[in-house]
Each structure stands twice: as structure tokens, then as C-alpha cells.
Write a new protein. Structure first.
Length: 380
């Protein structure tokens, strides 16, 4: 039964507690006993737990439902979980990630008890802007979060991927606290978040011929991430979510990303592949876009992110280096290397200059081409 304290809030549908889905949308069931086992399954198999993930797109806007609707749905789908979107009607949920329950102790020293599920404290914060707050101690260690707009938490009565129930600890009303009073207690642990410009994904925001040079902020919006300095932004993974809200990091200077949950990452091509379901997040890394996967990324980059075919004018350039003594087209024939092994497009050769290009390579010379040829031979 869903607690009556949630009657005034909208609720959403989450996945089945023991379901795991991969990039091909195949579903398997696993039964891990610990959080570490959950992480190991996801990393080793590429199947991601659905227990905490919204199952419908647009859950923030339209795909959220009344208490009565979700209660009936849950009765007919008992193995499925439900979520509580935070930020609506000033609802905040404080989540303590510390081993010694540091945030919980601080809360209970200054405020009366409130509705609590596991280590989730439900609070109605008055005069709060409803933006998520991340807590750090003096050394920069992550302590937890106050979940706000754009986030959801797993509801009471649901089942964790380990099989444990989300039990109600304190069956009490959700109390109201003035945000300024809350800030007096927790202010020193609140991460100062700089405003982040929302990026609109548009074909006009980038125009170039190298997929690696597409700005990473064109692939994902930085609006939901925290500015942590040094041109880096960190927050919840945009695809598979996060337990602590800080498992995903991008570096806009170096145009790279990293997922701490999957211990994966890379540049723009791999991020496009993850976001478009071409590969799973756990598979992202070196050599993850071979053959048709690379071709799919190039196709999507051209359709959505402004990638263009190279159109350089080569008429006034003169041959240099190896191009004076070797013919790149003859090398291609010798190694049977007429098609790119990454994007599968046919190479275009400029014999006079000793250059080649394809969908994923701008004009490059003979040394790079020889390296491609030799790497293919080793792989075979």
C-alpha cells in the first residue's frame, strides 16, 4: 500500500525490481544480494537495472499520475516500483549517503521527525526555489543531496534490486520547514552552484567535418549538471540515472566525459553512441565503435549534430613527405583497405597529396593510413 502522506503528490511508473535491460532492449532477470553485485552485473553484462528508472519518457511533464491511479496500477503490477518526483509543491527529499549518517544526525539535532523511508527524509521546504542541492564537507567529500526539481526517488513499498524493501521508518506527516532555517543548519555543506547555460541541440550550433570536434554540450544539456570548476560539470547520468546524483562528469575543454558508475567514458562519438542506444554506457571506451556502430554514429551526427562531409580546397597544396615516394591508393589495394573499418564508408583518396578521408576521418596522410592498415591486419 502506498503511504497516505503521498496522496497530494504526483507519482510515476518505474521498472520491475529484478528486470535488467541492455542496449538492444532485451530484458533479463538477475537476483544480486548486494549493491556491489548490482554494479558488477551492469558492468560485466551490459544489462542495466530497471528498478529505479522511469519507464515512460516525459515523466516530468505529462507521464505522472495521481495517488489513486498508481495505487491501482501497483496492485496489478506488484513486482514493479513507483517513484515520487521531487520539487513539486516544494517537496524535497534529503538523501544521506554517508556511512555514519552525518546528515541525518544533523537534521535530527535541529528539526522534528518527518516522514522517512529508509534514509530518505521527506520535507516541504517553504520559499525554496526547488533546485536540487548537493552536500559536500570541508574536504570536498560528497555527503548526499536534497532532491529537487527534475529528480525522482523510489517510493515506499518498492523493492531494491537486492530484494530489500523500501520500508517506512517513521510513519509521520511530512513537516514544513522554512528554507532559510534549513539553510542555517546545512548551509556550510551546500555546494555553491554557478548558473549553467541551457544548450539547445541544433544543427546550426556546430558545422564541421570531424565528429570528435562536435562540442560535447551539443550532445547533452549542461543545465541539469553542476558547475564544479575547471570547465567541468558533474551530476546525474542523463541516461541510466544515479544513486548519489554525481556519477556523471563532462570536461568541456577536452570534450570528454566519464561515468563513475560504469567506469567508462570517452569523447563525443562514444557519448552519442550511448545516448542513442548504439552501445551501453558500460561498453564505452577505446575501440567501442567498430564496424556498423561507427557508421551509425556518423549518420546520427550528420542528422542531428551538424556534422558535414569535408569540403577543403586542395588545389594549391603540394605533396610532402611520404607522398613524394608512395602512392596511397596502391597501399590501399595492397592491404585491401578501401573501406573504413570504423564507419564502413568507402575511403576517398587524393593520390597527388597522399591523403585520405571518410565519414569519421578528415583529410589525413599516409602515416595515419598505414597505421589503420596495420591495426586491421593485427585484428584479423
Amino acid at each position: 500500500m502506498i503511504p497516505e502522506q503521498l496522496k497530494i503528490y504526483k507519482l510515476i511508473k518505474l521498472g520491475k525490481w529484478n528486470d535488467y535491460k541492455n542496449e538492444k532492449h532485451e530484458i533479463k532477470q538477475f537476483y544480486p544480494k548486494t549493491k556491489q553485485e548490482v554494479k558488477d552485473i551492469e558492468k560485466e553484462t551490459g544489462f542495466i537495472s530497471q528498478a529505479k528508472l522511469p519507464q515512460e519518457k516525459g515523466w516530468r511533464e505529462t507521464k505522472n499520475y495521481s495517488y489513486e491511479y498508481i495505487s491501482e496500477w501497483k496492485l496489478n503490477n506488484q513486482a514493479y516500483n513507483y517513484g515520487v518526483p521531487t520539487g513539486f509543491d516544494n517537496l524535497g527529499v534529503m538523501d544521506d549517503d554517508t556511512p555514519n549518517k552525518r546528515l541525518i544526525k544533523l537534521y535530527e539535532e535541529h528539526f522534528q521527525k518527518t516522514f522517512r523511508i529508509r534514509d530518505h527524509y521527506y520535507i516541504k521546504l517553504l520559499n525554496w526555489d526547488c533546485k536540487k542541492i548537493v552536500f559536500f564537507d570541508e574536504t570536498g567529500e560528497h555527503l548526499g543531496e536534497l532532491q529537487g526539481m527534475g529528480v525522482q526517488v523510489v517510493g515506499a513499498g518498492s523493492t531494491h534490486p537486492t530484494g530489500e524493501k523500501y520500508e517506512v521508518v517513521d510513519d509521520l506527516p511530512i513537516i514544513e520547514i522554512e528554507f532559510e532555517k534549513f539553510k542555517e543548519v546545512f548551509g556550510k555543506y551546500m555546494k555553491k552552484i554557478k548558473p549553467v547555460e541551457e544548450r539547445v541541440h541544433s544543427l546550426t550550433s556546430f558545422s564541421g567535418d570531424d565528429v570528435k570536434e562536435i562540442p560535447i554540450s551539443n550532445v547533452i544539456s549542461l543545465g541539469a549538471l553542476n558547475d564544479v570548476g575547471g570547465s567541468c560539470y558533474q551530476g546525474c547520468h542523463p541516461l541510466h540515472g544515479s544513486e548519489n546524483g554525481m556519477n556523471f562528469r563532462v570536461d568541456t575543454t577536452n570534450n570528454i566525459w566519464h561515468c563513475f558508475r560504469c567506469q567508462s567514458g570517452g569523447g563525443v562519438p562514444s557519448l552519442i553512441a550511448v545516448m542513442e542506444g548504439i552501445i551501453s554506457c558500460s561498453d564505452a571506451g577505446s575501440n567501442c565503435l567498430r564496424n556498423e556502430k561507427g557508421q551509425k554514429v556518423i549518420k546520427i551526427a550528420r542528422e542531428k549534430y551538424g556534422l558535414k562531409s569535408p569540403e577543403e580546397n586542395l588545389e594549391n597544396l603540394q605533396p610532402m613527405g611520404w607522398a613524394k615516394s608512395l602512392n596511397i591508393k596502391s597501399i590501399a589495394e595492397k592491404y585491401n583497405m578501401k573501406r573504413c573499418p570504423d564507419c564502413l564508408e568507402m575511403f576517398q583518396f587524393e593520390e597527388r597529396l597522399g591523403w585520405f578521408r571518410c565519414g569519421c576521418h578528415k583529410w589525413l596522410g599516409i602515416p595515419k593510413f598505414m597505421k589503420l592498415c596495420l591495426s586491421r591486419r593485427v585484428a584479423q
